[in-house]
Design a protein around this ligand. Structure first.
Ligand code: ATP
Length: 240
């Protein structure tokens, strides 16, 4: 498979009750890559992201992170390995301020880095600094997305999982978010696994990509190759 991968998902099946949402999925992410998973609504993209993070659990197959089998690990232990997630819908704490939300992302053993890490988030997203005492629930959609990514970064992740960071945002804001992800990868070598319906933006950003259809990976390749692929173009890019 992918012996040197930072994250290696092998033949994973995930069910909701009797319904199989993932049907033997193989995906790998190497150190320093941005890998995008694209696919239509209901393809199983979020399910894969959540399965990597331990909820729901895979019913079969294996998920290995940096040589450790995390398939059956509880989420808090997975987080301790420094996998961080910005989930679909952002899930920020609406009554907490921007700063308090960032505090929630910092793990206890990283508190000595808190000021430094907050400054890094504010350098990446200066908008958040301007709104440091504003409650999360009153932020715009784009600002909430920045906060969700910022909160994930506070865990000093070795792997950042991003579920639909562009969802519901205006094109210019999406560009800002994608630029920030590119910058994190370029300057800090951060490894990113990203799920997106915005196939064009995601594949332009990604080193490699996977296409998911009905719970199975049907295609993979470099971001560039997938962008040029006629089938991908017809299904996910044209008119989009
Ligand atoms: P979207 O882009 O619309 O979020 P997706 O590719 O992320 O789509 P999933 O949300 O992973 O797709 O859904 C995959 C399948 O699993 C769908 O058929 C969905 O209805 C089903 N599913 C998702 N969550 C649950 C749940 N909690 N209980 C039962 N079925 C679920």
């Amino acid at each position: 498979m992918a012996p040197n991968a930072l994250l290696d998902v092998r033949n994973v099946e995930t069910y909701y009750g009797n319904i199989r949402a993932l049907n033997g999925v193989d995906v790998s992410v190497n150190q320093g890559e941005i890998v995008a998973l694209i696919g239509a609504n209901g393809a199983g993209k979020s399910t894969l992201m959540m399965t990597i993070f331990g909820s729901p659990r895979a019913r079969s197959g294996q998920i290995v992170f940096d040589g450790t089998d995390i398939t059956q690990m509880p989420t808090h232990e997975i987080a301790r390995l420094r996998i961080a997630q910005s989930p679909e819908g952002r899930r920020i704490f609406p009554r907490m301020t921007v700063l308090e939300n960032l505090q929630m992302g910092a793990s206890l053993d990283k508190l000595k880095f808190f000021d430094e890490d907050v400054e890094k988030v504010f350098t990446l997203f200066p908008r958040l600094k301007e709104r440091i005492n504003q409650r999360g629930g009153t932020l715009s959609g784009g600002e909430q997305q920045m906060l969700s990514i910022g909160r994930a970064l506070m865990a000093r992740p070795r792997l950042l999982l991003l579920d639909e960071p562009s969802l519901g945002l205006a094109p210019l804001i999406v560009k800002g978010i994608f630029d920030a992800i590119r910058e994190l990868n370029r300057t800090q070598g951060l490894t990113v696994f990203l799920v997106e319906q915005n196939a064009f933006g995601a594949l332009k950003l990604a080193t490699r990509g996977y296409v998911m259809v009905n719970g199975s990976v049907t295609m993979s390749g470099t971001g560039k190759d997938l962008l040029a692929d006629p089938e991908v173009r017809a299904a996910y890019l044209e008119g989009g």
